[in-house]
Design a protein around this ligand. Sequence first.
Ligand code: ZN
Length: 250
Amino acid sequence: MDVTLDREFLKKGTVDKFPNQPGLVAMTKVALDRLSKNPDGFFLMVEGSSIDKMSHPLDWDRAVYETIEFDQAIGVAREFQKAHPDTLIVVTGDHTHGVSIIGTVDDEKPGTEMREKVGTYAEAGFPNYKDENGDGYPDKVDVSRRLFLSANNGPDHYETFRPKLDGPFVPAVQNEKKEYVANEQYKDVPGAVFVQGNLPKTSESGVHAVDDVVLQSAGPGSEEFHGYMEQSDVYRVLADTFALGAKQTN
Ligand SMILES: [Zn+2]
């Protein structure tokens, strides 16, 4: 399936062939509609999986658009919860990636060296994305002052400091020795710089990180989520909320 940026905005990937691919918001609505017919309640897991799938190839613009879509899917769940207050919503990640927003890239800054156009701290200012149609997404991804995200791991690749408008980023490709090397396709993008990888040459993409993840929740049982928790204890709270334990006989 194509990701949101390709499906809804750039019309790249397989959109021509499969123009009716549903997004996470539509799928969440349908799933809630069906499952809520069960008088015994239901469990629904909605995964914004392409946040991860676009973070692997270091395609931050696509990962961010997927995050907006995931946020909107949570909005659907929140609306459902308003009408059905006996609903527990838990939002979390199963892992992180070694990536952070560190500032902006501003094309208006002088010179041709793209790294000189990176603004950090107060220098970063605000990106100039606009959302004039109010759909929650930037109307245009390739604005002149955009978010700059940077990864702490990856294969050899070219950093272009720009969104990839022709489809998801392919940072590295295999050479004749089956090693992943920087994809020359991006070499001539104006201002692109070579970034030396720090992973084995068998790695075609960035990898997951072991940072703690944020968990947010609302609804009955949510008061059980607090402080630092082991991942397996999240399941325990869900099981308790569902009253899944064996029936007590005495
Ligand atoms: Zn992954």
